[in-house]
Design a protein around this ligand. Sequence first.
Ligand code: UD1
Length: 461
Amino acid sequence: MLLGKEQDQRISNARPDKGKWRGRTVIRGNQMEQYVIRGGNPLVGEVEIGGAKNAALGILAASVMTDETVYIDNLPDVRDINVLLEALAGIGATVERVDKSTVRINGSTISDISVDYGYIKKIRASYYLLGALLGKYKQAEVPLPGGCNIGSRPIDMHLKGFKALGAEVGIVHGSIVAKAENLHGSHIYLDVVSVGATINIMLAASMAQGRTIIENAAREPHVVDVANFLNRMGANIKGAGTDVIRIWGVEKLHKTEYSIIPDQIEAGTFMFAAAATGGDVTVKNVIPKHLEATTAKLMEIGCEIQEYDDAVRVRAARKLTRTNIKTLPYPGYPTDMQPQITATLALAEGTSIVTESIFENRFKYVDELTRMGANIKVEGNSAIINGVPKLTGARVSAPDLRAGAALVIAGLSAEGITVVEDIQYIQRGYERFEEKLKGLGAIIEKVASEKEVLKFRLRVS
Ligand code: UD1
């Protein structure tokens, strides 16, 4: 859907040509790529954590809500982000990747509010373009989102929010189409705590007329980061980080410079990798407060934790022991850290129970862990884990992003060689994963053929 005359007036310097993409080309990912790992080395050393992918996705969508140039730093160089940047360029925004972690974006050149970029539906957060474009242009069309296959992922709360703000919303030919004469503030109660719906409503409401109240809002750090970014662009949002967010709509947003918060899930993944391998790792460039649920659990299972201003050290000097855990919205234990703790508990003494309360289909990787010798039984939304003294390397396949990372953790702690297939899922959210692990002493390679797997085996055995 091209912007009509009326909408053209809302944008300045509109150009008929599509936006510029000045950066590196997105690597589509080689389906054949695999990680091959020789386990058994405790991870030791320091690792730098990148910017939070899930915050970046909301912030990039928000960045085109102004016609002025926005400069965003600490951007993670991962596939989901690159896909979203290409989609922004696809609708006409000017996107300039200054370096791997910095981007300059100008939304004044947007010429189309229909996001028609084949790959975009593969990333869940494509729906943020709905909130952003609806807020700015009062209309948007975005393909129904995909993302990780971790259960049915409805977006009814997002649509409920847009409707409450006065938009007509429908699904046409696989896309969500939202349109409004005028967006007006509203009082919206979310029936479920949803990160996506909270951010999406915040985006649209930032440029609606009057006051919006979101009740039962998600409190995740990335919700706060998107709100902070919008506020830096001139929005008026209060209460992000609590379960009631108030937004006073403004007519225009303006330029800003912003640095994205560190990725708590990337940090947590390295912390569990340290624990599972009996290592000693300091994760740097983190906000320790955001990691509290993870550090609390690591201490419970026997790790020593030291917190610094912007770093956390995890030492696993003794045998890990059992615990129980239930995933919950922030500040509870994150569902995105569920597979990583399960892989770690597979090696802990005693019986642990991990209960997944956010997504119903998030234990698909358990069969793969079983192939490595783990003793785990899934009953309903719980995994019952009987710790075993050791795992053994096997050929396994990553079913989704975080589960893929958990299989790498299992491979690092297992005896012998593990091949993790389908690593394109892992590359969606982890920047230079194998390089960072190698920096901690892991024996891991990214390979693209069986011949390379064989070479690796010969070299390390
Ligand atoms: C975001 C994260 C994802 C994380 C999840 C929960 C991004 C891009 N992804 O996903 O990594 O696992 O938060 O922390 O930030 N729900 C509804 N209706 C809706 C929306 C959600 O019923 O309209 C349900 C979901 O099915 C799920 C729960 O609410 O059971 C939480 O989902 P939500 O917080 O929306 O997850 P996402 O934003 O998709």
